[in-house]
Design a binder for this molecule. Structure first.
Ligand code: MRU
Length: 347
């Protein structure tokens, strides 16, 4: 199994996703600040993986604190957490991972500081195993939607690399393949950061699952020819009404899928649902450097000085979703009601 992130001898080790597929190199983070930097620079990316990295970062941050009292310890930890929380804005998992760790610290305030640090380490490690089993459950539910012989379109990378392992959208793909179904994947390249071309094809190839790469602007062509049976993507944040923030271009894929009568599924853990936001307009969208648009790997592809927009995500209105695949089962419209009950039975 691909180990996206793990804890080895006091360091948090992650696959450097900026270097894939050319080389599989690892980056070791020894401090919470290094983890924050790894998230910011996309060494690790994908909503659930960001949440896991954040929790592990908080554990490293806690380890570094020299404090005589819980109050001093927690004040310093909170400052570190606040800085870590600024690394990327859109995926809810960053705040989710940090808040879960802060809660563990608060619940164990009476422990000696050394034991509190061990508790935080245990919590971060349990988030890794939980994430993998959540993805496997999601995969089991999701694969029931995949018929033998299906061609599945996906956008960006919502695979093992975007999680602690197995993946969300690609978890559905893996579970279908494991169930003996003959499936094929079409991967949108996902301009401009190329998560589809670089990461999705890499990890599916590693697993021997048939995959073909297309550019983002080709998916309508294949849908129109009825060569795609279903679309499965991940999510960075889901509002209470079912609006979904995911990688830029997802909205375009969803609209095309509806127009062509193709089911469009979002696979995401319940923790991705941000019930505090009534709709997707309230989701903060990361604006990334315009160099990602005007250059290709450092080589200019637009005239010098040309300005560019580079929103990293878009919001797909809930009306385009056939269902949301979660570890708790398949959630169908009306999302307002059904997401609410799923979230409430999860807490
Ligand atoms: O900018 P990225 O690569 O972090 O964006 C990732 C995505 O948009 C994924 O589709 C999403 O996080 C779901 S990953 C299981």
């Amino acid at each position: 199994m691909i180990k996206t992130i793990e804890y080895v001898d006091g360091v948090v080790r992650m696959i450097d996703q900026t270097r894939l597929p050319a080389e599989k190199k690892f980056v070791d983070c020894r401090t919470i600040e290094e983890v924050g930097q790894a998230i910011k620079t996309m060494i690790i990316r994908g909503a659930p993986a960001i949440g896991v990295a954040a929790a592990m970062g908080v554990s490293l941050g806690a380890d570094s604190i020299e404090a005589a009292s819980y109050d001093d310890f927690y004040r310093i930890l909170e400052e570190k957490c606040d800085r870590l929380g600024e690394s990327r804005p859109t995926a809810v998992n960053l705040a989710w991972g940090i808040n879960r760790m802060k809660k563990v610290a608060q619940q164990n305030k009476d422990l000696p500081i050394g034991e509190l640090k061990s508790k935080l380490r245990e919590e971060a490690l349990s988030i890794i195993t939980e994430d993998i089993s959540t993805n496997q459950m999601m995969g089991q539910h999701g694969q029931t939607l995949v018929k033998d012989g299906s061609v599945i379109l996906t956008h960006c990378n919502a695979g093992a690399l975007a999680t602690a392992g197995f993946g969300t959208a690609l978890g559905v793909v893996r579970a279908a393949a494991n169930a003996g179904k003959d499936i094929k994947v079409l991967a949108n390249e996902t301009r401009p950061f190329l998560q589809g071309a670089r990461l999705t094809t890499w990890e599916l190839k590693e697993d021997g699952i048939p995959v073909k790469l297309i550019t983002d602007n080709m998916c309508g062509f294949f849908m129109n020819k009825q060569e795609i049976d279903l679309v499965v993507v991940g999510a960075d944040r889901i509002a209470a009404n079912g609006d979904v923030a995911n990688k830029i271009g997802t909205y375009m894929v969803a609209v095309l899928a509806k127009e062509n009568g193709i089911p469009f599924y979002v696979a995401a853990p319940i923790s991705t649902v941000d019930i505090s936001l009534s709709n997707g307009d309230q989701i903060e969208i990361e604006e990334r450097s315009s160099n990602e648009i005007t250059e290709f790997r450092g080589v200019p592809i637009a005239p010098d000085g040309v300005e560019a927009f580079n929103p990293g995500f878009d919001v797909t209105p809930a009306k385009y979703l056939s269902a949301i695949i979660t570890e708790a089962g398949i959630i169908r419209p009306p999302f307002n009601k059904n997401l609410n009950s799923a979230v409430n039975s999860d807490v």
